[in-house]
Ligand binder design. Structure first.
Ligand code: NAD
Ligand code: SER
Length: 335
């Protein structure tokens, strides 16, 4: 059986996706990779890891040939807030890496997973239950690169028969790695502050409504989509998926059910607020449900219970009263 390659595996999604893929397909079948050197905090020593810059086609081709790769989860990218700070770099990184991986997938007859985003929608898209097929006059460079990535994936499928599949992911809430410079990062930061007994200063306004999903649900959706019968996929790139539509104030209220003294104040970052205001407040995920059975397990209450328990456990294990970031995201700096 050919192996799976995960690019950008040291990021927020990758550090949780890789162990799930290894459990599902076997540890010897999953190769993790990233631009950065692996640290003891991200994967354990001896894990199958390749240092791989997805901007370098020769490195990609060499790894894919040597490791006999048959499917790629291509996670390497710059997220929305970093991208808006450094638009030229974001266009180059997001588009060149997508093109390089698609070319490699064509050459090695590989399956490719492409993570798209709610950022492919803009202010003229319906704000409630944004449809699967709708107007997409978006206003951020991140959104432009994600929509171009979706179209490029569809082109490679039609023109070269590459089996490319994608999800339009909402903000992802997770407990292991720090988020990588997105607009929805406030949710992860709020949980970390709450679990550490700290006040949280939120960079979005309290009533900013956006779609979110717990990372374990997103990972299950990625694997389900990659394993789905291709004849049932009406919208390969990419399917709307979501689990909840929430505001920072609603998230804080839910956390206070467990930690009543948790306090939040609001120091709005105009750039991230403008990005959030340009996105829909909710997505219609019915195409994903109908075509391949998408069905998230965690609503806001279940997610909050689960993530607070995991964060507390982690703090107890490290003997630390504060949660430190597991990954140093140089590429994700937005200051
Ligand atoms: P992240 O920023 O946490 O991680 C991205 C990883 O890519 C980093 O570890 C970085 O070192 C690596 N990387 C950057 N440039 C690279 C290169 N040239 N070669 C190899 N690796 C490189 O991002 P994430 O949150 O894990 O997101 C992964 C993917 O999912 C991205 O494409 C993102 O756009 C998409 N996505 C994420 C979310 C979310 O909420 N996290 C939502 C929608 C879509
Ligand atoms: N969570 C991501 C971001 O905020 C959406 O793609 O950038």
């Amino acid at each position: 059986m050919r192996r799976l390659l995960v690019t950008g595996a040291l990021g927020q999604i990758g550090v949780e996706l890789v162990p799930v893929l290894r459990k599902h397909y076997g540890a010897d079948r999953v190769v993790a990779s990233d631009l950065r050197a692996v640290t003891s905090r991200s994967f354990t020593a001896g894990d199958d890891y390749e240092r791989l810059d997805c901007m370098q086609p020769s490195q990609i081709f060499e790894v894919m040939r040597r490791r006999d790769i048959g499917a790629v989860y291509h996670l390497a990218a710059l997220l929305s807030a970093v991208a808006e700070k450094r638009p030229q770099e974001a266009w180059t990184v997001n588009m060149d890496t997508a093109y390089n991986l698609l070319e490699a997938a064509r050459e090695f007859r590989c399956q490719l997973f492409f993570p798209s985003s709610i950022a492919v929608f803009g202010p003229s898209t319906p704000r409630q239950r944004a449809p699967q097929v709708t107007i997409q006059r978006l206003t951020t460079i991140y959104g432009v690169s994600k929509l171009a990535g979706e179209l490029l994936c569809d082109y490679y499928t039609r023109r070269f028969g590459v089996d490319a599949r994608g999800l339009r992911l909402p903000g992802l809430i997770s407990s292991v790695a720090a988020p990588g410079g997105g607009t929805t990062d406030y949710a992860v930061e709020m949980f970390r502050a709450a679990a550490s007994g700290e006040r949280y200063s939120c960079f979005l306004a309290p009533d900013t409504r956006l779609d979110m999903m717990y990372l374990p649900d997103a990972i299950r959706a990625m694997i389900d989509l990659m394993e789905a019968d291709p004849t049932r996929l009406g919208h390969r790139n990419a399917y709307n998926v979501t689990a909840m539509s929430i505001t920072p104030a609603e998230l804080a209220t839910e956390i206070r059910k467990h930690l009543p003294s948790f306090a939040v104040d609001y120091h709005i970052d105009p750039m991230r607020q403008a990005i959030a205001d340009s996105w829909p407040q909710s997505l219609d995920a019915s195409a994903a449900r109908d075509d391949w059975g998408f069905s998230p397990r965690f609503n806001l209450a279940a997610l909050t219970r689960d993530i607070l328990a995991k964060l507390r456990e982690k703090m107890k294990a490290s003997g630390d009263e504060r949660l430190k970031c597991e990954t140093s995201h140089d590429h994700a700096r937005i200051d």
